[in-house]
Design a protein around this ligand. Structure first.
Ligand code: EZ4
Ligand code: CO
Length: 402
């Protein structure tokens, strides 16, 4: 089965998505997600200008060889743009292989290990009272696990607090908007939020929180310790993780479970975090780290060290990534949880899919392939619109982490 044509499809049904569609000479096609929020066109060009010429005529069944061809063959290794581009091709090729076998993707991976994929939803509010109410609304919607983010007294706005309660979209402007951050205001406030959540809703709901890369290891250690009475499911991205050994310091001080990895592009970004058991959940995702072929290796390494998966699942990962992730989650033995932010109706129309939410779980369908498609005619109606993620500064104006 030979690759006959490859298309890059850029569309903006409310937000930007980059997708690929690979067509074969046997009439079977596959689709993959190549969306890198805020840097979309760099990936589109990487695929269009540097990968497609090498793909035409190649055997679509040779997924591993094609992966190695683009990873090793580029000479320049890793990097988010390259690994997202490889991921998109990889997803599309797995889609083709599963369709050719007339099986849902999870069957090719090793079959079902569970009947549903536990997900967590995103509750957020402008202040403590509103966030507490929002968590209640998610409990009423059937969620068993909920991430809570809140506005912080004394700060105008922060990560994770949305204008539209149902659809959080941080890439909100055609040039980066600016937030102001204070670590001390945050650290003083956050335990009061989780104290209020536990006293209102008891011990049953799983609660999560995303620090979004804003602390140093010793600050993260203090926060983890302060949150111990409220037994979080996880504390996410407590510090920027370029320095993997930095997590040792957090670990020495707290038993709050740690999750990290949504910005990683390969197994080499988390090797030490995993092998030294410095984290509990690995969030590295199919779309930003080389696709299904590479994530299998990350998950297998993590399994040996008692670390579970907890894939990134914000709305900037298209329904194609979500479809692939759900097949992976349904199969992988060391599954932990899956992040889930529903896409808008407009996005769902462009990317028809066969998964659905029920009682706190996402359920996949049995369609051959990964179960998500792209409506090209509809996609063409929404041209690309430049959009950036915000940046973050300290109160004195210093550039900080967003
Ligand atoms: O800010 O995907 O856990 N989820 C997150 C996301 C990220 C966005 C960035 O594009 O941290 O909301
Ligand atoms: Co996050």
């Amino acid at each position: 089965m030979k690759i006959r044509a490859v298309k890059v499809i850029v569309t903006c049904p409310g937000r930007n998505f980059v997708s690929v569609k690979i067509e074969t000479d046997e009439g079977i096609y596959g689709v993959g997600d190549a969306t890198l929020n805020g840097r979309e066109l760099a990936v589109a060009s990487y695929i269009q200008d540097h990968m497609i010429p090498c793909l035409i005529g190649r055997d679509a069944s040779q997924i591993e060889d094609i992966w190695q061809f683009f990873y090793r063959g580029a000479y320049w290794r890793r990097g988010s743009v390259k690994m997202t581009a490889i991921a998109a091709i990889d997803m599309a090729l797995w889609d083709i292989k599963a369709k050719a076998a007339n099986m849902p993707l999870y069957q090719l991976l090793g079959g079902k290990s569970r009947h549903g994929v536990l997900v967590y939803g995103h509750a957020n509010g402008k202040d403590l009272a509103e966030t507490v109410d929002e968590v209640g609304r998610y409990i009423d919607l059937g969620y068993k696990a909920i991430r809570a983010q809140s506005g912080i007294p004394g700060l105008a706005g922060t990560y994770g607090v949305s204008k539209d309660k149902a659809f959080y979209e941080p890439a909100d402007a055609d040039l980066p908007s600016e937030n102001i951050w204070s670590t001390s205001k945050y650290l003083n406030f956050l335990p009061t939020l989780f104290s209020a959540l536990r006293s209102t809703y008891g011990n049953e709901p799983q609660l999560l929180h995303d620090v979004h890369h804003r602390l140093t290891p010793i600050e993260a250690a203090r926060l983890g310790k302060d949150l111990e009475p409220y037994h979080l499911f996880w504390l996410e991205d407590a510090v920027p993780a370029e320095l993997q050994e930095g997590f040792r310091l957090i670990r020495q001080h707290t038993i709050t479970p740690l999750a990290v990895g949504e910005v990683f592009s390969s197994i080499f970004d988390c090797q030490q975090l995993i092998t030294e058991q410095l984290i509990d959940y690995i969030r590295t995702t199919i779309v930003h780290a080389g696709g299904i072929s590479h994530l299998r290796k990350v998950a297998a390494l993590a399994e040996i060290y008692h670390i579970k998966t907890g894939f990134h699942g914000a709305t900037d990962l298209s329904p194609i990534t979500m479809g692939c992730a759900l097949h992976f989650d349904t199969w992988v033995s060391n599954f932990g949880i899956q992040e889930y932010m529903p896409h808008t109706e407009q996005t769902n129309e462009v990317f028809p899919h066969d998964y659905h939410f029920a009682h706190g779980y996402l359920m996949i369908g049995d369609k051959p392939g990964h179960g998500t498609d792209i409506n090209e005619a509809l996609a063409a109606k929404y041209p690309y619109q430049r959009a950036y993620l915000p940046i973050n500064r300290l109160e004195d104006g210093s550039m900080f982490n967003w």
